[in-house]
Ligand binder design. Structure first.
Ligand SMILES: *Cc1c(COP(=O)(O)O)cnc(C)c1O
Length: 366
């Protein structure tokens, strides 16, 4: 029996029912655990290599992604861990030129200093030949521009050249897209965004069916220590139960918001992969199981964005995305390479009519 997304999200990673026990066991706070003086450490001896709360979360994420998962302290801990555990001096890595900019900054700093070469490729392509490339990291939909790439096609080309293929699944979440089924070797993601969705946890993960890579990442994490704490792991697991519901409302809100913005002459550069006519529309429809609640557009300048945000009562000025509260981020304020008036709007789970009314008023006022 294959269950639907709502059922899978609610039951992901839960232990078998046991009378007198909670559905989701509470966080286990332990650095060292009691040891058996005769047999020594079992699975739980010290909290850096393993923890039962984290294991339950990893079981949940692993079920949703379709491959064993390892949780990290943040998305960056997971991504930089994957890069450093797989790349050696003299290697080349292909990264999206329009993806999460801290990954590019890491490649152009720390990785370059280690002798790793980077090729930047726009998510929408064209993709170069991958000869001599060790690792291809895709980010689809890319944050913040929302271009989409064909995971199956790029993975086939990369594999033909012997490269490993990783997909950053942050924006889509495992309910929106299953990169491992589409041919990727490994998924990396930030769980800080829509996966946990309450803007109160930093989290990252790696998921892979490649046993060697999983073993290498397990050793990497145990030795470098970038683990989430037990309480954060528990909060994340608790939040997963509503993932299907949250994504459904976020996506419906984004659909309505994108249509509203498409009709306005004072908004340019509108992107939402679910909008017919969007450059990503056909590919997103074919590849994705649902479209994320993130919309991007340009309001022409920093001052107009500021007036829009000041006038809105429902849109929080904040970075990050995928949360239950609608928020908007003028990305250029963080020093990335977007235009000064570029906005990434993350639709929350408010009532659609309220959101549309608020956005209309705020844009009119701006
Ligand atoms: C936020 C984000 C990251 C980094 O995740 P953190 O949890 O903030 O470390 C990586 N990739 C993408 C696509 C992101 O949006």
């Amino acid at each position: 029996m294959t269950y639907g997304d709502g059922t899978r999200a609610v039951h992901a990673g839960l232990p078998a029912p046991e009378p007198g026990q909670p559905f989701l066991p509470g966080p286990v706070f332990a650095a060292p655990y009691h040891l058996d003086p005769e047999t020594g450490p079992g699975r739980d001896g010290y909290g850096r290599p393993d923890n039962p709360t984290r294991r339950a979360l990893e079981a949940a994420i692993g079920e949703l992604e379709g491959g064993p998962a390892l949780a990290f302290a943040s998305g960056q801990a997971a991504i930089t861990g994957l890069l450093l555990a797989t790349l050696r001096a003299g290697d080349t890595v292909a990264l999206p030129s329009d993806g999460y900019f801290t990954v590019r900054a890491f490649a152009e700093g720390a990785l370059r200093d280690l002798g790793v070469r980077t090729v930047l490729v726009p998510t929408a392509g064209p993709y170069p030949a991958f000869d001599g490339v060790r690792l291809v990291l895709l980010e689809t939909p890319a944050n913040p521009g929302l271009d989409v790439c064909d995971i199956r096609a790029v993975a086939a080309a990369a594999h033909a050249s012997g490269a490993l293929v990783a997909v950053d699944n942050t924006t889509a979440t495992p309910l929106g897209q299953r990169p491992l089924e589409l041919g990727a070797d490994v998924v990396v993601a930030s769980g800080t965004k829509a996966l946990t969705g309450h803007s109160d946890v930093l989290l990252g993960y790696v998921a892979t069916g490649d046993e060697d890579l999983l073993a290498r990442m397990t050793t990497w994490r145990a030795q470098t220590g970038g683990i989430p704490g037990a309480f954060d792991a528990w909060l994340a697991h608790r939040s997963l139960a509503t993932l299907d519901l949250r994504l459904a409302r976020q996506s419906a809100n984004a659909d309505a918001v994108a249509r509203l913005l498409a009709d306005r002459t004072d908004v340019t550069g509108l992107r939402w992969p679910g909008l017919p006519g969007d450059p990503s529309y056909a590919l997103a429809r074919a590849q994705m199981r649902r479209i994320p609640g993130v919309v991007s557009f340009d309001l022409g300048g920093a001052e107009r964005v500021a007036r829009f945000l000041a006038a809105s009562r429902l849109v929080f000025a904040a970075t990050s995305f995928g949360g239950v509260h609608t928020s908007a981020d003028r990305r250029a304020q963080w020093g990335d390479d977007t235009a000064p008036g570029f906005v990434r709007l993350s639709c929350g789970i408010e009532d659609t009519a309220d959101l549309l009314a608020d956005l209309t008023d705020a844009l009119d006022a701006a």
